[in-house]
Design a protein around this ligand. Sequence first.
Ligand code: HPA
Length: 276
Amino acid sequence: MAGAWAKLPDRECRAAIGVVLGTGLGAVADTVADQVAIAAADTGWLCRSTATGHAGRIVCGTLAGIPVAILQGRVHGYEGFAPEALGRGVELLAALGATTLLLTNASGGLRPDMRAGEVVIVSDHLDLVRRPWAEAIGGGASAVRPCATRLYDEALAADAIASAREAGLPARRGVYAFLSGPSYETRSEYRMLRAAGADVVGMSTVPEVVVAHRLGLRVVVCSVVTNVARPDAPDRTDAEDVCHMAASGAATVTAILHALATTHGLPRRTGGTPPA
Ligand code: HPA
């Protein structure tokens, strides 16, 4: 990755907190002070997203005086990108100095009592795609990995829930099921995922979580429910609606990010291999 961020102004783009904003959540970056932004594709390292609601920019600045770097948008496997491309954004954020990472996405809610716009703080995931996400940052694809427990930082998750509730905004813990897409699920698939213990389903983020863990970053994931699966009274889900509904979770994500900057801005690592 050497020099991949050479086009980012060095002083302004050092970060303590890294953020990836998923579908329809780009406006969260508007709250950052002292902004410097460039197109992600201009780094020569990040790929250009073709997905709806992914601006493809890096925004650097400060929140509560803490330096942050925010990726507005990400790339997905269903766009045709190789597994190693999906973790590049996180590698870049780590290289900019981020030790704490907030990942966000849009998801389908699998619990009938969920409401569009509520936020699920991810406690664990079902990786139903299973590729060697962190292969590019060392170890090779052939090595069997130890069981990856504690991918999600408990303290950050508890703080995220508390800060959303303090702001009077809906949030709960839950398990994220990762599917490759690009189609939304069938009614039978929604039923299967619920029976398997998932609370929300989406098409991103897990590769970034795995790469972040390998790099020793503390990770918290906010998943905005954009549609609720009701297999027996199905609504049609499409990308425009998902994008629109995701924006209704932006206030909660913003509250969580600001609280994170206030309480967790100081660099801390959990271990793992820091980026070169
Ligand atoms: N399924 C998968 N991904 C999604 C959904 C869904 O229902 N909603 C938003 N992203």
